[in-house]
Design a protein around this ligand. Sequence first.
Ligand code: SAH
Length: 352
Amino acid sequence: MSLRAHIAAQIAADGPMRVDTFMAMCLLHPTLGYYTTRPPFGQAGDFITAPEISQMFGEMLGLSLAQCWLDQGQPARFALVEFGPGRGTLMADVLRATRGVPGFVEAAEVMLIEASPALRAVQRETLADHAVRWLDDPTALPDLPIYALANEFFDALPIRQYVRDGGGWRERHVGLEGGRLTFGLGPAQPQPALKDRLADTKDGDLIEERSSAAPIVDGLGQRITAQGGAALIIDYGDWRSLGDTLQAVQDHAPVDPLHDPGAADLTAHVDFEALAAAAPCAHSRLTPQGVFLERLGITARAQQLATSLDGAALEQHIAAHRRLTHPAEMGNLFKVLALYPSAGTPPPGTEA
Ligand code: SAH
């Protein structure tokens, strides 16, 4: 049975399905979900992420975290945590780049948070040279200083969508019409959790809410406050989002999210204000990825790497640098939010 048929049968039995339920089934259904059935990234996959574009991305992030570790007195044991590590490329680049920081890698206990068994297997292979372990519950981090990374993790967490109707909200859901999956709206209802959005929306506006993100950021912030550490959260989105950002991508092109559930990647923009509000520690200003990488010296690093390249490899390297940093490519769409101890300073690259 296809995932589409599965979802249709569930809607026929139980009625219209919430968008977060639909998104969770599409991405992580145990046998038919997008992340559970395939390794989706890279040129050959459906989309490409920053760590797969160039090793420089992980190098810059690793050095920012390592500088935080130095500034915080080099704790002798800490958790180096990555949320949603994909193929494990980012963590591998971080571990390689920080070998030059004496004591950092030795003090690190690498911990990965990954829901997909298929991707865990890829990560095990990519990181075969290191002792790594997987944490099952993203809200329960170990009682250690935490230096954490999350690149394109929060955008994959399911969202609910609501359309403003007077003083209430109509929740958007997935229904069935003549055997086809279609979007529809439930009845208008007051939503106490969305009270503060009544001020900046009007009738017909659509807003998105990602309730599973807050407990994760809360757990992270609690550890950072109690034990020290820092987190770099990179994703696309803005301080506060407005409008429908649910997006399906297959073979590097946008497709209809309802067309072939489980066959396309499904994400939605990250509302960074909601993450910042849920973090019981200090947070940086929201920094465009291009600015963040430039501040960390990506251009000098790019020039250094370029000296040993020529021909097509050199051209690809130059294009990768541009793609990561240029405002018309990923430089502005992607943002960085850092979490750090209230008594500390923002991680390098995210300072105001
Ligand atoms: N950070 C990687 C991959 C981004 S894709 C990169 O930049 O290339 C999103 C990642 O988050 C995948 O590894 C996916 O399997 C994982 N993921 C999605 N939802 C998750 C969840 N609820 N819990 C844990 N991991 C999840």
